[in-house]
Design a protein around this ligand. Structure first.
Ligand SMILES: *Cc1c(COP(=O)(O)O)cnc(C)c1O
Length: 460
């Protein structure tokens, strides 16, 4: 059964189905139609599950989803229906949230410490008051342009082993500069309401959160002494998109809960605690499936860089999405994608039948290498490759360089989760529902499939 959700068609399954089996159905249908374009599949139910996990594990912390991670309007709508706020960093991101009626302006934090003057005026016009800063010049701009601003001081405390360092760019020194900036704001008459930080995206060391919360407490005290009404603690992002051997969400949550208990005890209900998770919500619900469009047989030495392999065979495969598209995460997010054949050809999947391979994207650039030196069964043109956890920092920064279209999106959910989503929507979003019919610009393309798929004519 297909339902409309926002601007997208969502396939609702009576039973619980796995993303893999849904992907196989779509791929079979495409192959039957002689179509081979790469596609993303999104499981809306997985977003609900991650939201539930968040609220049960860190009940005191309200998530404000970081839009830059993946601005798919459907993902954002599910999060809004669950009651999330939003972290926006630009004019367009603010408009994407408000024009779609996802939440009210007081549930948006403009979390970019260095803002364009025009964007500050835009925030004022749209009623977005919560904003971060980490320097004096920004305070002068704010005093001039945004009389209603409620500023949040961003401090630089991080995990130096995080995948993406953010503190090299933003955040003041919490010890040497924090108090002085709070004092400057007080002198300028700019209201400061709290402290924020971001330990780094892809955090591997949960103790960074504990350290940052301790610094925040000290600066809260400074702020109160200077006459600011300190009411907001913002824990930023950094939570994993899926648990791995090094880090898990519960590990981080345990550190945070303990530090909150120590420095911001629940008895003090004057402090609102928020966080800005991005990949935590966006990564796991999406899988990407690409098609092998060509292959070349080469001496294995060309793949392994070992001259001793020159008399063995290897293959270079070319697929229809690459580092200029969804796999920009290889460069920007330091990801090592692992594609697996969507369909198993039993005998061929035997380890002995696997050969060394390189996996390339479709552009003419030699930089467009997605998976270096791995082993896979012999693939043929038309084979599909399946990549899990492809929702965070992937198609958000993808381009159409060299004329290769971005993958189309399909959405599914099972019946139970669908009912749950509708119930949450009634509960959380009713106040904004008159905005619901407005349409967003620059969203993702979407299409139905299974029954609706064959007649789907809105693709590109
Ligand atoms: C990118 C970013 C986030 C999201 O980070 P994740 O690691 O994806 O959770 C949150 N807040 C700010 C200010 C960011 O720049």
């Amino acid at each position: 059964m297909t339902q409309m959700y926002g601007d997208a068609r969502v396939t609702v399954f009576q039973e619980t189905v796995s993303p893999l089996s849904v992907t196989q159905d779509i791929a079979r249908a495409k192959t039957a139609l002689d179509e081979d374009d790469a596609f993303l599949l999104m499981d809306l139910g997985m977003v609900l599950q991650r939201f539930e996990l968040w609220t049960t594990t860190m009940p005191r912390v309200e998530p404000f989803y970081a839009v830059k991670c993946n601005s798919d309007p459907i993902l954002m709508r599910v999060l809004a229906d669950c009651g999330a706020g939003f972290d926006c960093a630009s004019k367009k991101e603010i408009d994407l949230v408000l024009d779609n009626g996802l939440t009210s302006p007081d549930r948006i934090i403009y979390a970019n410490p260095c803002k364009t003057r025009n964007y500050i005026k835009h925030a004022l016009n749209r009623g977005v008051d919560m904003m971060t800063f980490d320097n004096e010049e920004e305070l002068l701009k704010i005093r001039e342009l945004h009389p209603n601003a409620k500023m949040v001081l961003r401090i630089a405390i991080g995990d130096p082993t995080a995948t993406c360092q953010l503190n090299v760019k933003f955040g003041c020194d919490p010890v040497k500069e924090g108090e002085a900036l709070l004092a400057t704001a007080a002198r300028l008459g700019v209201a400061v309401i709290g402290i924020s930080f971001h330990v780094g995206s892809g955090c591997n060391d949960p103790t960074a959160f504990g350290t940052a919360i301790a610094h925040a407490r000290r600066l809260f005290n400074d702020g109160i002494r200077l006459g600011h009404s300190m009411t907001l603690l913002d824990l930023g992002g950094g939570y994993p998109g899926y648990d791995n051997e090094r880090i898990s969400f519960p590990k981080i949550a345990a550190v945070i809960n303990r530090a909150l208990e120590e420095y911001f005890p629940e008895t003090d209900d004057s402090v609102r605690i928020i966080a800005e998770p991005g990949r935590y919500f966006a990564a796991a619900p999406y899988s990407l499936t690409t098609n092998i469009i060509a292959k070349t047989k080469v001496p294995a030495s060309r793949v392994t860089n070992d001259a001793a392999d020159s008399d063995q065979e290897a293959y270079m495969y070319y697929m229809n999405d690459g580092v200029y598209g969804s796999f920009n995460c290889v460069f920007y997010d330091h990801v090592h994608p692992v594609g697996v054949p969507l369909f198993h050809e039993s005998a061929d999947d035997d380890d002995q039948c696997k050969t060394p391979a390189l996996l390339w994207g479709p552009t003419c650039d030699g930089l467009d290498l997605v998976q270096p030196n791995f082993r896979v069964r012999r693939l043929v043109e038309g084979d599909w490759l399946y990549f899990k956890n492809m929702g965070a920092y992937t198609h958000a920064a993808g381009s159409e360089f060299n004329g290769f279209a971005r993958p189309k999106l399909y959405y599914f959910i099972d019946q139970n989760a669908w009912m749950e989503l509708l119930a949450k929507r009634l509960h959380n979003v009713a106040p904004f529902s008159d905005e619901d019919e407005k349409h967003s610009e620059g969203g993702c393309e979407s299409g139905g499939y299974s029954s609706g798929f064959a007649s789907d004519s809105d693709s590109n």
